[in-house]
Design a protein around this ligand. Structure first.
Ligand SMILES: [Fe+2]
Length: 117
């Protein structure tokens, strides 16, 4: 479990991250039909980025312009990865490690620095 290290201090954001992390494990446990779960995972992360921006507005957290820009870049990357999955250019393990790295990198370098300032 990564929860303590990856905690942002905001319960709503942390629970969305935890849900996505659980879906990664779900996808890992699928065999032939993993691609449909991968698509759900990709849209879950894209939707989460919008949700996180809304939570920050509602909870008074300071989301920097760099953080917002990073969300746009992540969405572009996710769309690219979705195409690669559809064309069978990524196998399941490569998809999962790329996806997980993206999520953990983002939490470590951006979401953990969200504050009330
Ligand atoms: Fe974020």
């Amino acid at each position: 479990m990564y929860y303590s290290y990856f905690s942002t201090g905001n319960v709503r954001i942390d629970s969305e991250h935890a849900n996505i992390d659980c879906m990664i494990d779900l996808c890992r446990n699928k065999e032939n039909e993993w691609m449909s779960t991968a698509r759900i995972l990709i849209s879950a992360l894209a939707n989460h980025l919008d949700s996180e921006e809304k939570i920050c507005r509602e909870d008074g957290l300071n989301m920097t312009p760099d953080h917002l820009e990073e969300h746009l870049q992540l969405k572009t990357r996710l769309a690219h990865i979705e195409k690669q999955v559809g064309r069978a250019q990524l196998d399941k393990d490569d998809f999962l490690s790329t996806f997980r790295d993206m999520l953990f990198y983002h939490i470590s370098n951006f979401d953990k620095h969200l504050n009330n300032g």
